[in-house]
Design a protein around this ligand. Structure first.
Ligand SMILES: [Zn+2]
Length: 140
């Protein structure tokens, strides 16, 4: 006997003829969630009533949830944070803290030796900008 000629636990899938829900799933290559959602929507009048619609809704809520937050979101966040961290570290490493003088903190750019008053290396960088070291005529 072919699997479509019988049903375990009722006839709610068979009563509509030869086409069963699993045939629909297979034909449309539905994923697990799509299969569950359509299964409960298909059978609710013949089997579980409103509770089946609630189950379909539950699967749909989960389906929306997993598709709204793609798996790569965390990976992307970590990659962005890593780039940001490296940039901050490189800025921090490009200034030497010279201590405070008359209430002002002084940093020196390692590249061009320009002195900058700032509360921290990030502010020093903001004031100083990307360093373009002066090219000595000897290097030309
Ligand atoms: Zn500089």
């Amino acid at each position: 006997m072919a699997a479509n000629e019988m049903q375990v636990g009722g006839n709610h899938y068979m009563k509509h003829g030869k086409l069963q829900h699993w045939d629909v799933v297979r034909h449309f290559s539905l994923d697990y969630f799509q299969g569950q959602i359509t299964k409960y929507v298909f059978r609710w009048r013949d089997k579980g009533g409103i509770q089946d619609l609630e189950k379909a809704k539950h699967y749909l809520d989960k389906y929306i949830e997993i598709n709204q937050t793609p798996a790569d979101t965390e990976e992307t966040t970590l990659a962005v944070m890593s780039i940001w961290y490296d940039r901050m570290k490189s800025i921090q490493d490009s200034f030497v803290w010279e201590g405070s003088k008359e209430g002002l903190v002084m940093f020196t750019c390692k590249m061009c030796c320009e002195k900058v008053h700032a509360v921290n290396p990030i502010e020093a960088y903001i004031q100083h900008g990307d360093c373009k070291p002066k090219v000595s005529p000897d290097n030309n």
